[in-house]
Design a binder for this molecule. Sequence first.
Ligand code: ZN
Length: 213
Amino acid sequence: MTVQFKLPELPYDVGALEPHISRTTMETHHGKHHAAYIKNMNAIMAERADAPNTLEEVVLLAQKEGNKKLFNNAAQSWNHAFFWESLSPSVQDGPSGDLKAAIEKAFSSLDAFKDEAKTKGVGHFASGWLWLVADKSGAVKLIDTHDADTAITDSSVTPLLVCDVWEHAYYLDYKNERPKFLDAFVSKLVNWRFAEAQYQAARTGSGAWRFPV
Ligand code: ZN
């Protein structure tokens, strides 16, 4: 029988990210947009006998087959779940330990990292995602992907954080002012404890976050 993936519950209350992201945005983003991607993916997978058991495998299978409709819905299902984990309801000052050192090595300082993240996120044309990723050597960098494209199709890196830069992520709260949304993300919302755990997984090659089965 085909695995049917469930919409993961938010790791905090739906209103917990206020005032930076409103309850209304989260209700729509999680309860409508994210839910729709999962429903569409499940509908496609239900017709197949060869369905993998994990969402990560579904994403890679869809990419390998060039099945754009499946890829878009599967990758968006994964990216959104990873985005919820990347956000914290309580403001965290910044990374510590090895990740702090890696960010300072790559960007010179945490403030310079924040500036570069904002610039890259604002400069991203149309819909997509802004990622902080690490390779096996521990080097970190910012990348952006378009539409549903996801960092997990690049086996040379592990994602540490992601910011959703689709308009549906911020339009109700910030209208067209994506820079303000990105500023809130880097200054108030980043879950650095999650990023640190992902960083250790990148270094050791195991224990990275996976979509709940
Ligand atoms: Zn989104």
